[in-house]
Structures are given as structure tokens and as C-alpha cells.
Design a protein around this ligand. Structure first.
Ligand SMILES: *[C@@H]1O[C@H](CO)[C@@H](O)[C@H](O)[C@H]1NC(C)=O
Ligand SMILES: *[C@@H]1O[C@H](CO)[C@@H](O)[C@H](O)[C@H]1NC(C)=O
Ligand SMILES: *[C@@H]1O[C@H](CO)[C@@H](O)[C@H](O)[C@H]1NC(C)=O
Ligand SMILES: *[C@@H]1O[C@H](CO)[C@@H](O)[C@H](O)[C@H]1NC(C)=O
Length: 197
């Protein structure tokens, strides 16, 4: 018995340490919040690009740049389903252009996926990269985050980059520039990088 209480007493020491670190972490967290306000707010690089998504609709296999690859049991992969398309997962390989014209020479591809993730509000979650392969730019920028589609503009984190965008980080402001039925949409993407090397 005595041995047991001794061991539980020594078990308290790590617990106490844990508390100490917890409060220390809270203090540091507060400091971090204050620091946030003094971050440089001017981007080190900005670029405006457009990408064009043509969703497969059962008839446009040649033209389509994206396809529904997963749908909930009540839907199918030819048509985005009801309930705000909830559960539909779309994979895309979209051309990126410098202006809003789909026929302009692409400077790269936007490749990745979006998944509709709310039943009551039209919203999606994005995970994709801009893969640049033009004379002007090579490398990638990766994007991940919520895309509340009902917002005129949506801020999506730029989580990293490679090549000409080595270690880049920032925020991209997306807006749906054009929308034609459920087959075509164009996203204007204003990339603002706050970390450039
Ligand atoms: C897919 O679902 C839509 C209704 O949402 C329906 O009109 C269409 O026929 C379905 N397609 C297939 C291939 O089952
Ligand atoms: C990039 O473009 C060049 C020239 O058109 C081509 O040879 C190369 O395969 C492309 N690379 C990628 C990753 O698409
Ligand atoms: C949605 O729009 C509001 C108002 O324009 C803005 O404050 C908010 O940051 C936007 N949300 C996202 C995720 O971009
Ligand atoms: C491909 O899709 C776009 C957007 O919907 C449309 O403007 C264009 O006419 C289509 N092209 C062909 C060959 O179907």
C-alpha cells in the first residue's frame, strides 16, 4: 500500500509539469495572437489567374476537364445530386489562363479535387495545386481549405509551393467569374503570397 501511494505521488510530478506547460502554452498562445496584428500585411507577390472547369455530364467526355468520381447512395456520377450536392466528390484537371477566355493559351493546370460538404448550404472543400508549365513560370502552388460557394469572394489558404514558388505561403481569393448551368464554371483566383523566397 505504502509503495502504491509513493508511486502515485511520483505520478503527480509529471501531472504538475503538464499543468505548468499547459499554462505556459496558454501564455504563449496569447502572445502569438498579439503578434498576428504586427504581421506584414503587404503581399510579396500577387498574381491573378483564371481556371476553367467543364464537368462531365454524360455527353461531353471529350470536352470535360472534371468528373464526379464519388456520389452518395442517393446520387450518381453523371449529375451533381440534391441536398446541395452533399457528398459529391469531383476530380479536375483544368486549364489555367491569364485572362478569362477559355481559349487563351494555358499557363498551367489546376489539378485536384473538390467535395461538397454541407447539406443545408452550398459549400465545398478544395484541395488542389496550380501546376505551372509555361516559359514564364515553372513550379506548383498548393491550395487547401473551405470554399463557401455562396460568398461572392472566398479566401482559401495557399499552403505551399515548389519551383518558382519554393516554400510560398499566402491566401487566394476566389470568385466565380462565370457559371453556365452545371457544366461550366470559371474561377477568378487572386493569389496573394506573404512568404516568398
Ligand atoms: C443520375 O441522376 C439524375 C437525377 O439526379 C438522373 O436524371 C439521371 O438519369 C441519373 N443518371 C444515371 C446514369 O443514372
Ligand atoms: C512542360 O512543357 C514542356 C514543353 O512543352 C514539356 O516537354 C513537358 O513535358 C511539360 N512538363 C509537364 C510536367 O507537363
Ligand atoms: C465571406 O464573405 C465575408 C463578407 O464578404 C467575409 O468577411 C468572409 O471572410 C468570407 N469568408 C471566406 C471564407 O472567404
Ligand atoms: C466545351 O465546353 C465549353 C463550356 O461549356 C463550351 O463553351 C464549348 O462549346 C464546348 N466545346 C465543345 C467542342 O463541346
Amino acid at each position: 500500500m505504502a509503495g502504491e501511494s509513493a508511486s502515485s505521488a511520483s505520478a503527480c510530478i509529471p501531472l504538475l509539469l503538464l499543468f505548468f506547460f499547459f499554462f505556459a502554452a496558454v501564455q504563449c498562445g496569447g502572445g502569438g495572437m498579439n503578434k498576428k496584428r504586427t504581421l506584414p500585411l503587404k503581399p510579396c507577390q500577387t498574381l491573378t489567374l483564371y481556371f476553367h472547369d467543364i464537368i462531365y455530364n454524360g455527353e461531353n467526355a471529350d470536352n470535360a476537364t472534371s468528373a464526379i468520381v464519388g456520389a452518395p447512395a442517393w446520387g450518381n456520377r453523371t449529375k451533381l445530386g440534391g441536398l446541395m450536392h452533399f457528398g459529391d466528390l469531383v476530380v479536375f484537371d483544368d486549364p489555367i489562363t491569364l485572362d478569362s477566355d477559355l481559349r487563351s493559351a494555358p499557363v498551367g493546370r489546376a489539378q485536384g479535387m473538390y467535395v461538397y460538404d454541407r447539406k443545408d448550404v452550398f459549400t465545398a472543400w478544395l484541395a488542389f495545386s496550380f501546376v505551372f508549365n509555361s516559359t514564364g513560370r515553372r513550379g506548383t502552388l498548393s491550395f487547401a481549405g473551405a470554399d463557401p460557394l455562396m460568398n461572392k469572394t472566398r479566401d482559401v489558404p495557399v499552403v505551399g509551393g515548389t519551383g518558382d514558388f519554393f516554400m510560398a505561403r499566402g491566401v487566394a481569393t476566389l470568385s466565380t467569374d462565370a457559371f453556365e448551368g452545371e457544366v461550366y464554371f470559371r474561377l477568378r483566383t487572386e493569389v496573394k503570397l506573404y512568404e516568398c523566397y
